[in-house]
Design a protein around this ligand. Sequence first.
Ligand code: SF4
Length: 681
Amino acid sequence: MTVADPTPSQAPRPTIHHTACTLDCPDSCSLEVEVRNGRVDKVRAAPPDVAHPLTGGFICSKVGRISRHLYGEDRLLHPARRAGRKGEGRLEPISWDRAIDLIVERMTEAKTALGGESVLPLSYGGSNGLLTQDTADAILFRRFGASTLARNVCAAPSTAAALGLYGKMAGVALEDYEHARLAIVWGANPSSTGIHLVPILRAARARGGKLVVVDPRRTPLAKQADLHLQPRPGTDLCLALALHRELFRRGDADLEFLAEHASGVDELRRRAEPWTFERAAEVTGVPVRDIARCYELYSASSPAVIRCGWGVERNRNGGSAVAAILALPAVGGKFRVRAGGYTMSNGAAFRDVGRREPSPGTRIVNMNHVGRVLTDPNAIPGPPVKVLFVYNANPLATLPNQELVRRGLAREDLFTVVFDQVMTDTALYADLVLPATTFLEHDDLAMGYGAMVLHDTKPVTEPVGEARSNLRVFDELADRLGLLHDDDPRSEGDWRRAVLGRRRQRQLADEGLALPETGRRPIQFVDVFPHTADRRVHLCPRSLEAESARGLYAFHSEPGDGRYPLALISPSVPQTVSSTFGQLRPGQVPLEMHPDDAAERGLSRGDKPRARVFNDYGEVRCRVRLNPDLKPGVALLPKGVWARSTESGTNACALAPDTLTDIGAGACFNDARVEVEALAD
Ligand code: SF4
């Protein structure tokens, strides 16, 4: 019998749900989801009466079209184990019970033979909710005695710098940028990530505010700016120090504020002293007149706010650069007014939220060195890694020195579990693949790190296939390994209580979202103060000084020996959140080059010529697109590209060194130096 498709009037009515986005994006949007026939149909911004105001009635197209991710052909539906060679991705289904048995067996074997540190959990902010990471997984791996992962691939230098200078202090609310007379967007591209800042900056300009953008590319926002500075990647530190020098030299530094609230003033002044505008111009490639114009605007404007993005940190000078930028509002006397100060991560607005499982004191594996650790038993002290458990992460597409990561994952004696929503590049190398739920299918908590909001998120639909939540899987594993205590949280409700505390939990139950205690729009040095031991800003904190080999604010010059003359940057793009949604990118991703650089290499003829981008770490074969908005000498491959999106199956990570930043031991993606050669079609 054939059943006719229902006409629109007969179609089942959708149910409407309100939740929030937990993805790794600053804005933490309030969402309205239409579910029809048990499937997510439409996702849009929640209406103003239930939404956090920053959402402003719109969301990004990535999440607007998330049903392609939820129900696409790459979605993992059932547990499966490897049935071919590593890298092939041939799988055969197994039951959840058998999968859990296998993991318990392999972890136990590894611990018995070599100790708990031979197990390495590897995760990052793929789901990013407060219940999907550092909860039941922390109980499992910490009590087991596994190696500890330092999640340093992103934000580690920025976090170290911000904590060193200010402790956990909330920044300027993004909504308040509308009141700024000057906004400097430094190393961030809100047209791709954190999109809600764009209309706010437009509104600020409509009110007469000025906009400065610091970025080696002419981003969409830079095209609207009053001033665009294009420093060479890795030289932002010199620019910031030149501004400090001039503030002190011209008597524009707010010495009264500094005397009352800061330490390390003389030390910062001394370290900035060599950085004249001329010297900064020579190193950064930014004309002296533009540096001087930036200085004039910053010193003369109030309120003046700096949005410091994570693009600044991704190089050898990254930690010092962020510290120098965040120190500018203190030296320039920009705090104590609405829209005056800085914004980096606003996660500090919710200091009271979270639960910490005590550290077992096991060895620490820096995420940026996973390739080394998996391929060289002498890379760090302790046993070789025999079991790798990957969740909320796609290391093959996101970690530097991609070729080493690939070789490590290809080791036949390594038992790799990948617990993910879709069949990632990393999952192709897994011995066991487990299907995970998305934030629309499980309980979670979304905390903004741009928007100052905490949302309760509830599942709006049943999990697809046999997908399970992180809480459920890690709880079961911890139980099977005998690691649970009687008073441990077990259910979603227990975990909510443990992470939130009773007061916050009541607040969320009543209102669906919670704001910081200081309110949604705190003023720095009026409502919020440094959370350092003495409540002062530390402009040259001892902790950072001790960490950096040559001292804080010391400039490390151009990396490499000149054989690879182009600086490769790999910024975020609108299509993905890091590598999440990378499977949905249509077609091939080109390398972007300035037309002059392309012409020098015979790459300016024809339609998207083929090229090989290479250095000592690896190569990417792809098409070339000419982009006059790039600074000459800078090439671009987007972040988060999957193997299917380039001819060689490699991405910018194949060219990224696994060296570390000056402070924070972070990744130096933008220290990739490459050459490009034309290939025949
Ligand atoms: S990814 Fe960002 S902009 Fe998109 S819905 Fe989530 S929070 Fe909003």
